[in-house]
Design a protein around this ligand. Sequence first.
Ligand code: NAP
Length: 308
Amino acid sequence: MADSIKEMGFAGLGRMGGNMAARLLKNSKIKVTVWNRSPEPVKEAVKKGAAASKDMKDLVGRLKGKRKAVWLMLPAGNVTEQYFQELLRLLNKGDILIDGGNSNIHDTLRRHKEAEKRGILMLDIGVSGGIVAATRGYAMMAGGSKEAYYFVEPAISAMCMKEGYSYMGEGGAGHYVKMVHNAIEYGMMQAIAEGFDLLKNGRFKNLDLGKIAHLWNHGTIVTSFLMEMSESALKNNGNELSKLEPWVDDSGEGQWAAQEALEFQVPFVANAYALHTRRISRKKADYAYKMLAAIRNEFGAHAVKTKK
Ligand SMILES: NC(=O)c1ccc[n+]([C@@H]2O[C@H](COP(=O)([O-])OP(=O)(O)OC[C@H]3O[C@@H](n4cnc5c(N)ncnc54)[C@H](OP(=O)(O)O)[C@@H]3O)[C@@H](O)[C@H]2O)c1
């Protein structure tokens, strides 16, 4: 049988990493050594059986096997870059470096080249499942070194839902598949949100939206994880969602996917539309709307609303 992972370094115990490390500890015999910037999540992980480390050097130093493997679960961009570079210096030829964050595909492709130059095997793993995956299990899409993937697969399987993980292909394929997954998520969420808007503000004024979401999760074509999240959002916030502002952030993946679709001339309307509506929710279109009102007013003396 091929050699497989006995110990893993895990850096970044946030909403995702903390629960992922906990599943790893619960569902496998792999020894887990953790590091996190703030101490509380480390203490939590230690209670669950992890060993603590005080910085990245200490983390790597505590891994004693022939082949070291470290999993980064940090915000994409500068933070991941900083620790990726540090690990490139600390790890040796044949060791494994995993980026489980939602990194930009261009960063990931470059990092694979940098890792390869030093003989370090890199995996880019797109992780999905959100916070409920702590109990249900995650889904993971991996790209990069096949040898590394099969070495760490027991760790991946301990964190994931059965059949919810696989090797996607060469370096970058994991993050790429995850990016497209998130783009699909944008479009699906937009469709659900608009459907509930019509239910609320259309012909029938007193529909019980929570009851509808619940029903739609039982046997309908739109039964889904996102519909389950819609049901619980209505349950937790009330059908009026009265405490929430109509303000929606976006975290990069929808934009990257839209850019990729433009580059490859793939029609990608649902994601792009959803992305733009999020920007509009954050008042990014205010000037455009003023301009629209001003033009209509110029040519037709149509009504405008002026500031008091
Ligand atoms: N949330 C999701 O649903 C989801 C799903 C799939 C993938 N992801 C990806 O998973 C990664 C982690 O996401 P998350 O939701 O777990 O994030 P999070 O809850 O915000 O946690 C971020 C983690 O990074 C650490 N961190 C932040 N800034 C740092 C810095 N300057 N130096 C060192 N450590 C720093 C935090 O440490 P402290 O504890 O000290 O703050 C924490 O451990 C991201 O790449 C994200 O895109 C998230």
